[in-house]
Design a protein around this ligand. Structure first.
Ligand code: SDX
Length: 428
């Protein structure tokens, strides 16, 4: 039987180098080239890591050809909208879905850990009105490390658990306070009587004193369960995505032994980029810029023009060269919510026209460019009365359990080393 190895031959001098092939439980195998530089005096070269596995992981599996996404083995279609986001957080961090009692205890602990230290809240005052909530969230999350110097003994599972749960619990509060601070309205504290996702909407919408908007008939505009369920599913769809740019950033910072919360703040920084999580905000800008279905062809032409840096936001993906299963889930959610949330049909029609035009155009088909998660989330978030500058913060809230689960896996991996790639030097 053939050896499970891979041989590289240097045709300049006939030298051959043999390396072990390691098979995963699913997906592509890897060639372990960790001794290649010692063996050959050369580096491998892979800008953007298109063909490079940085680690092994048990958390998330993606099959980009067959539109498959699994968290700890569970298909995303069996989780989004079917399990609570908090149960999915538990699954990602602990590796299994919680039973009824564990689920209730986890929910209760998250509610009680959702508050921020008063000293941390004063940070918001230092930031100007109009500050983008992502800038404020990054600063506040980094500052958490100044307030939480405890629970860092990762040998102690109890401390480890508290450290992970804290950041998941506090992220919605940081996001909501960052937004309210940016528009100059008083901050709303968490309400322990409200489930995670409802609590976030409450902290965004409530009036000072905690009452909801008063309606002409004398009642208050309470948060609807359908709004909570829609946002809960959106959080789940964003919860993890193997070694994407922001998760790689969290792992790289984690590899230097920095505080876990500064690693998460670096993930926020990376996610903000418009090529990554910042795309959801840009998709809405683009749909509004297109403005009418008759303008779609000219935008498609711009996106195809190699001399024009313009790209169709919400299209394309490094891994999915077929449909993004999360986009499919969101599309299904849009159809369910169309009437109930009175989705903006004009924006929906423009989005459908862009998708239709792109999916029938060889430029996109040849490059495997399909709508990704960011293409659809914005219309639903708009219907939930979420302001566009809060779209990427929503992504942060959803991705935080994935980031902290990946960071934890790195810390528990005996093979992990400080991330330190090399380069091809082309200078003087
Ligand atoms: C996320 O990695 C993850 O998992 C990320 C994410 C997660 O959950 O963490 O899924 C979240 O970041 C989703 C992606 C959101 N970003 C956008 O929607 C921004 C628009 N998309 C692109 O910028 C781009 O598609 C990327 C960044 C998403 C992927 O870039 P790649 O894999 O490096 O692909 P590429 O730039 O090499 O493009 C391949 C070709 C190029 O054309 P050619 O050189 O072959 O002629 O496709 C073209 C690109 O010009 N192309 C596009 C395009 N995306 C790629 N052309 C027009 N519009 C686009 N959107």
């Amino acid at each position: 039987m053939a050896k499970n190895t891979f041989t590289l031959t240097d045709n300049r001098n006939g030298n051959s180098y043999e390396y072990n092939v390691i098979d995963g439980t699913r997906g592509p195998s890897v060639v372990d080239i960790s001794t290649f530089y010692k063996d050959s005096g050369m580096f491998t070269y892979d800008p953007g890591y298109t063909s490079t596995a940085s680690c092994d992981s048990k958390i998330t599996f993606i099959d980009g050809e067959n539109s498959e996404l699994r968290y700890r083995g569970y298909d995303i279609g069996d989780l989004a909208g079917k399990k609570s986001f908090l149960d999915v957080c538990y699954l990602l961090m602990r590796g299994e879905l919680p039973g009824k009692e564990a689920s209730e205890n986890f929910d209760l602990e998250i509610r009680h850990r959702s508050f921020l230290n008063e000293g941390l809240i004063r940070i918001f005052d230092a930031l100007p009105d109009g500050a983008h909530p992502m800038a404020t969230m990054g600063a506040a999350t980094m500052a958490l490390a100044a307030f939480y110097k405890d629970h860092l003994n990762l040998e102690d599972d109890k401390q480890f658990k508290i450290m992970r749960r804290r950041i998941v619990a506090k992220m919605p509060t940081i996001a909501a306070m960052a937004y309210r601070n940016s528009i100059g309205t008083p901050l709303i504290y968490p309400d322990v009587n409200r489930y995670f996702t409802e609590n976030f909407l409450y902290m965004l919408r409530a009036y000072p004193g905690g009452t909801m908007k008063r309606l002409p008939d004398g009642t208050n505009e309470e948060i609807k369960q359908i709004e909570v369920d829609a946002l809960d599913a959106i959080f789940t769809l964003h919860a993890d995505h193997e070694q994407n740019a922001s998760t790689t950033t969290v792992r790289n910072v984690g590899s230097t032994e920095a505080h876990p919360y500064v690693a998460i703040s670096s993930g926020i920084a990376a996610l903000w980029g418009s090529a990554h999580g910042g795309a959801n905000e840009k998709v809405m800008d683009q749909l509004k810029m297109i403005g009418d279905i008759k303008n779609v062809p000219s935008f498609i032409a711009k996106a195809k023009d190699r001399n024009d840096p313009f790209r169709l936001m919400g299209f394309g993906h490094r891994v999915y060269k077929n449909r993004d299963p999360r986009a499919e889930c969101l599309k299904g959610l849009q159809d369910q919510l169309k009437e109930a949330l009175n989705l903006d049909s004009k924006l929906l029609d423009i989005a459908a026209a862009v998708e239709e035009a792109a999916l029938n155009d060889d430029y996109f088909k040849d490059r495997g460019l399909y709508p990704n998660i960011d293409f659809y989330s914005g219309v639903i978030l708009t219907a939930l009365k979420i302001p566009v500058e809060m779209f990427t913060p929503i992504f942060v809230i959803g991705r935080t359990p994935g980031w902290i689960a990946q960071w934890s896996e790195l810390k528990q991996d005996p093979k992990s080393k400080i991330a330190r790639p090399r380069q091809l030097y082309t200078g003087n």
